[in-house]
Design a protein around this ligand. Sequence first.
Ligand code: ATP
Ligand code: MN
Length: 477
Amino acid sequence: MRHTKVKDLLNSTTTLQEINAKGWVRTFRNNQFIALNDGSTINNIQCVVDFENTPEEILKRITTSAAVSVTGDLVESKGAGQKYEIQVKKIEILGDSDAEKFPIQPKKHSLEFLRENAHLRVRTNAFGAIMRVRSVLSFAVHQYFQEKGFVYVNTPIITGTDAEGAGEMFKVTTLPAENAPKNEEGNVDFKQDFFGKETCLTVSGQLVAETYAMALGQVYTFGPTFRAENSNTSRHLAEFWMIEPEVAFNDLTDNMDLAEDFIKYVVKYAVDHCGDDLKFLEGRLTDEEKSKPQAERSEMPLLEKLGFVIENNFKRVSYTEAIDILRDSTPNKKKKFSYIINEWGADLQSEHERYLVEKHFKCPVILFDYPANIKAFYMRLNEDGKTVRAMDILFPGIGEIVGGSQREERFDVLVEKMKALGIDEEELWWYLDTRRFGSAVHSGFGLGFERLVLFVTGMTNIRDVIPFPRTPMNAEF
Ligand code: ATP
Ligand code: MN
């Protein structure tokens, strides 16, 4: 007999005869009531066991975390809290479980503890909800771009370009760690390596995506990205997923418009399709906020915060204006920032970004036109000769969620910039070809998918929105 998903049973519009459900026991009360969950929804279905006619050996095996199959009728529930329940006629234990040894007990566990049990934490309400929201968001990403006619491009994960300039890279090699072959200069001889050259895991698909935008017009990538930066923060992973659209003929304003429209679309999609999960996560967040000091509490419940982002324009502010605001701000004057802002040209730290978003503007902010020397080589130089057409989107509670720019399309200007920064022109010969053969204004950005999931789920640590996080000193599972 084919089983029916718990979600479909709970959404049924009529009672049903002879249905089968399969799932894991969340709780078993009074030797009679099973709360059964199969992952299709955050909600459990109540299964009422006929304990008088069920053998004692079977009843004993109905334990938290056991896998069971129940057959019976879907009937109107007499209990409060659910419309339907299953009147069980037959129960089969598919997989026994020693409930006492099961690490996830029906009580509140710390997120740290759950991280150590990342293979089982998905059996909790919170992680089930987070992972369903993550899945829906990733579908929304594709839907948004596909509806707009973008072409999905799979850029390489192993890259031979180390000039992407977005942070430390992981080496990919088949050479032995000990006694690797050496060249005449005494360095490791990568000519003898698998690819005949040094290779790494990608930190961004942008440079290759640009070559595709120069033929297909509108493209996007959505894939894993790796950064070996030793930043053990709640916003950084060593392995994360990035979405990178790249669009021919878009200038910086078009780029900001696209990013803002895209974010609003996917957030709205999640709100429209993840109602039960987001309601649960809102409750979780509200509980968590209660344990914080008043000053650090977020003023809005989760769904209101998401609605606010969907409905309001992001504030667009130039770097220069932002510096003025920060210089005159109370935490700067009282030396509360770890990095005091004195001069134009300073790189913004996450404390500054969060001040602008959370305290000053109280809405998402797009900062643009940054000093050239704190941004990557490929960003388009402005007429002032000192700023570039960069834009970062800053979100409450997150900081930077998007980094993007209009790209330098002028061959001479780009080459000059690369020379000044000591970037090997020969290595990037193929990138420079896009500027040799039919160059055009184009723009793009990178959005860190986990930071988006953090925002939508109201979680605070990025390790809790990816199934098996990779961070410094941690690659378990
Ligand atoms: P940050 O300053 O936060 O380290 P970045 O300037 O290095 O970010 P970009 O190189 O512009 O980031 O990458 C684009 C986006 O990818 C960022 O806006 C962010 O959302 C995401 N991102 C960057 N690094 C990480 C990371 N280590 N883990 C998760 N997401 C990241
Ligand atoms: Mn970084």
